[in-house]
Design a binder for this molecule. Structure first.
Ligand SMILES: NC(=O)c1ccc[n+]([C@@H]2O[C@H](COP(=O)([O-])OP(=O)(O)OC[C@H]3O[C@@H](n4cnc5c(N)ncnc54)[C@H](OP(=O)(O)O)[C@@H]3O)[C@@H](O)[C@H]2O)c1
Length: 294
């Protein structure tokens, strides 16, 4: 398994593909917007292709990290989709966060092309991708998982099979449900600390050693306090993920009151022009509301 293709050189895909190139794999990359491909080619000695099908041609494994269900359909079964270009026996690994439903739908189509399919959403953010420390939750057949796991480990610290295709995405939904409430809690804590006149750096130094500690607290409080949001995980993508989780919840009968509320708060952030801001930007709406009251 030395010949790979990587489709989607966004915030996540770019560093993930970079790790595979550094590991010595023979890779062809594809990105819809050519300037990201150009940037990648400046850093790594790889080939590029103009369509997903052309990139996937002859590859043993094709990786993808794109946006939502429709984007994934475009690059797999669309007119220039990868499935057409792939050889029987090859694997398609999807690292995007999408619905469990589309994962199962595409796995069934992949089977008709004699392709293996794994849904393999990731957690760990931009830093995790850049440091090769992602957590990967995988759905698929154990045999396919065993074959691909060593390749994924080039950019992950934890790669776990969660069950059949779709279960990786279901696990990712749990992740996003947990993160949504947690980020709002962190934003409320910081907003409160500022309003109370505390030394916020000192507060974080203290409480991050206790039960309130979290990845978001560790990795985001500094940029939140500095009002820096042009990095990380975009609000638009978070709302996409929360919609996926809320749809699934309406099917399995779960109540997600906090998730629904935080989703509305993200809609407010979008209204402030924050579509591409990092998800920690929930603090902005609290700060503005506090200013309005002064
Ligand atoms: N950022 C994070 O912290 C993070 C963490 C975990 C999971 N994720 C998930 O990982 C996926 C990618 O996230 P990201 O942050 O890397 O997003 P991003 O920076 O917006 O990149 C998205 C990538 O998908 C490509 N794309 C989107 N629609 C396409 C289409 N219809 N056809 C072809 N290419 C298409 C984009 O191409 P263009 O360059 O042409 O736009 C770009 O390469 C998402 O599903 C996201 O939910 C992100």
């Amino acid at each position: 398994m030395t010949k790979l293709a990587f489709l989607g050189l966004g915030v996540m895909g770019f560093p993930m593909a970079g790790h595979l190139s550094q590991a010595g794999f023979d890779i062809t990359v594809y990105n819809r917007t050519p300037n990201k491909t150009d940037q990648f080619l400046k850093l790594y000695q790889v080939r590029s292709a103009l369509t997903p099908a052309a990139a996937a041609k002859g590859a043993d494994v094709v990786f993808a990290c794109v946006g939502d269900d429709n984007d994934l359909r475009d690059i797999t079964v669309g007119e220039q989709g990868a499935f057409k270009g792939m050889k029987p026996g090859a694997y398609f690994i999807d690292h995007s966060t999408v619905s469990a439903k589309v994962s199962r739908e595409l796995a069934d189509i992949a089977a008709t092309f004699k392709l293996g399919y794994l849904d393999a959403p990731v957690s760990g953010g931009q830093q995790g991708a850049e440091n090769g420390q992602l957590t990967v939750m995988v759905g698929g057949k154990p045999k396919d998982f065993s074959a691909i796991k060593p390749v994924i480990e080039h950019y992950a610290r934890e790669v776990t099979l969660m069950g059949p295709v779709g279960n990786g995405q279901l696990c990712k939904m749990v992740n996003q449900i947990c993160v949504a409430g947690l980020l709002q809690g962190l934003a409320e804590g910081l907003s409160f600390a500022e309003a109370a006149g505390l030394d916020v750096e000192q507060v974080i130094h203290v409480i991050s050693k206790g039960a309130a500690q979290s990845w978001q607290m560790e990795n985001r409080y500094k940029t939140m306090l500095a009002g820096e949001y042009n990095h990380g995980f975009a609000v638009d993508l978070m709302r996409k993920d929360l919609a996926i989780a809320m749809n699934e919840a309406s099917e399995n009968g779960t109540d997600l009151p906090v998730t629904q509320l935080v989703d509305q708060f993200y809609s407010d952030v979008q209204g402030m022009g924050g579509n591409r801001w990092d998800t920690s930007s929930l603090l902005v709406r609290l700060q503005r509301s506090h200013q309005d009251k002064q």
